[in-house]
Design a protein around this ligand. Structure first.
Ligand code: MN
Length: 191
């Protein structure tokens, strides 16, 4: 039986003590946030579950401020290797525009031990710990009652930060270190 590290973790502030958080329940579970300059600029948030990337479109992107509730609109499942996709979707195609991998990493499921991520998503409430280059810490995704709209909210932990504003201060790709304009330029050359 898998152990339960909740008590261990609840007593510690890992950003300060340097102690390990412990191994992840599912080390293979990826997440990605892609900045997508389509008909309107938005951020696509995707987390691996059931062999696909469950996906939401987040118009304002994630916030590190636990007071911010960011609207997240579900979109279709994407393949897991889409997490590495960056480039230009040509004019006239679905999602036409430039895609930049804004941040990615693996996540740890924080919801109750006996519920997997897929089941937590079906129930409309999932909490995950993101380990990325820009984002780190717990986030809650919660479906609003009676609607197919969700809220993405930073949890109150050592990853929370009201001032850092990574969307504005760290706009470049974690894969290529390019901004949207540079990726768009390269896309034109290839066409
Ligand atoms: Mn999109």
């Amino acid at each position: 039986m898998a152990g339960n590290l909740e008590t261990y973790r609840s007593k510690r502030r890992f950003g300060r003590t340097g102690e390990p958080r412990g191994s992840r329940a599912d080390p293979g579970a990826r997440w990605v946030i892609q900045k997508h300059d389509a008909s309107s600029l938005h951020y696509d948030f995707r987390i691996e579950a059931e062999g696909v990337l469950k996906s939401w479109s987040v118009p304002k992107g994630p916030s590190l401020d636990p007071r911010d509730k960011r609207l997240a609109i579900p979109t279709e499942d994407h393949p897991v290797d889409y997490a590495d996709f960056e480039g230009v979707i040509p004019e006239g195609e679905y999602g036409a525009g430039t895609v930049l991998v804004w941040d990615t990493g693996h996540y740890e499921h924080l919801t109750e031990q006996d519920v997997d991520v897929a089941e937590a998503l079906r129930r409309g409430r999932v909490s995950i710990w993101l380990e990325g280059s820009k984002l780190r810490g717990g986030f809650a995704l919660t479906r609003m009652s009676g609607r197919d709209q969700w809220l993405l909210v930073k949890k109150r932990d050592e990853g929370a930060d009201r001032r850092r504003k990574p969307l504005r201060r760290q706009p470049k790709s974690v894969l290529s270190n390019s901004d949207l304009g540079e990726i768009a330029e390269r896309g034109k050359v290839l066409e």
